[in-house]
Ligand binder design. Structure first.
Ligand code: FES
Length: 314
């Protein structure tokens, strides 16, 4: 099978900016993208730079953007990409500085992972057991699911929030954080929840599920973020604006079946809403400030039933 590739190249020592180079190469039907770029490097362009190691979707080092989506090159099949897109576009992971071609500086990603203290912190007041501390079977699902993460940074670099807010700790770090929050051998649950609930933490997630969609290992970071948020709420850790916003949203729907957009900013930001006065004035002048008192929807009984049902399912 003859396949066309367009690959982003950039050597900061000689190039003013990144550029694309086209390649065409004959490949076996079942070739992976990684096998293809290895063949390109061996047969056409010896300068092409990329990372790889295990070639088995285990080490996470071959992550790159393939047809505009972060993927593991050793897992992505050329035939699948060609069937879907006609050709193959390869670029480095987004948001990370390019060192050369498809090799990026992973340090900013590691710093986010370090922020969540990715190691067990037993309760110092608890006597050490005679033997090992066992994982409680009830938490096995969380521990195993999040332990599948191979730290490839696909979710982090394709995260839509991190695109707008570089300080956002990101889905990989939050999933890692949840692995330790859920682990009953850990003694710092509240400390972790408080830290994960700080600005740039879990409440910054926009729930777009992009992380879950791109994760090549089925970790489902969005579900991990949801679980931390749920536990933080249950334990009364509710200082961040994100959780206040969620609470105000919930209260409004519970009270009237509608979202009260007039009171939402006040309940979310408290006195901080004063800073929004100029914007509120502009909205008022354009007739876009909704009336703060709303009539309940006619079928409030249905709303009440939904709330009752979800209460039972918790
Ligand atoms: S080379 Fe190890 S994950 Fe692809």
């Amino acid at each position: 099978m003859l396949v066309s590739f367009k690959i982003q190249k950039f050597n900061p020592e000689v190039d003013a900016k990144p550029y694309y180079r086209d390649y065409e190469i004959e490949l076996p039907e079942r070739a992976t993208v990684l096998e293809s770029i290895i063949a390109i490097k061996e047969e056409i362009d010896g300068t092409l730079s990329f990372r790889c190691s295990c070639r088995s979707a285990i080490c996470g080092s071959c992550a790159m953007r393939i047809n505009r989506c972060a993927k593991l090159a050793c897992k992505a099949r050329v035939a699948d990409e060609v069937n879907r897109h006609g050709s193959i576009l390869i670029e480095p992971l987004q948001k990370l500085k390019v060192i050369k071609d498809l090799v990026v500086d992973m340090d900013p990603f590691w710093r986010m992972i370090e922020k969540v203290k990715p190691y067990l912190m037993p309760d110092p007041n608890e006597a050490a057991p005679e033997r090992e501390r066992l994982v409680d079977p009830s938490t096995t699902e969380d521990v195993i699911r999040n332990s599948l993460c191979i730290l490839c940074a696909c979710c982090h670099t394709d995260c839509n929030v991190a695109e707008l807010e570089p300080g956002f700790v990101g889905p990989a770090a939050l999933a890692k954080g949840q692995r330790y929050v859920a682990d009953t051998r850990d003694g710092a649950t509240d400390e972790r929840l408080k830290s994960l609930s700080e600005p740039h933490g879990l409440w910054e997630c926009a729930r777009c599920f992009a992380c879950t969609q791109v994760c090549p290992k089925g970790v489902d970071p969005r579900e991990s973020i949801r679980r931390i948020g749920h536990l933080a709420y249950e334990r009364g850790i509710r200082s961040d604006e994100g959780i206040k916003h969620a609470q105000a949203f919930l209260d409004s729907v519970k009270a009237s079946g509608r979202l009260n957009e007039a009171t939402l900013p006040l309940k979310t930001k408290g006195l901080g809403v004063v800073g929004m006065t100029p914007m509120a004035l502009q909205m008022f002048l354009k007739g876009k400030v909704p009336f703060p008192i709303q009539r309940p929807v006619p079928d409030m009984e249905e709303i009440r039933k939904i709330f009752e049902l979800t209460e039972k399912q918790r």
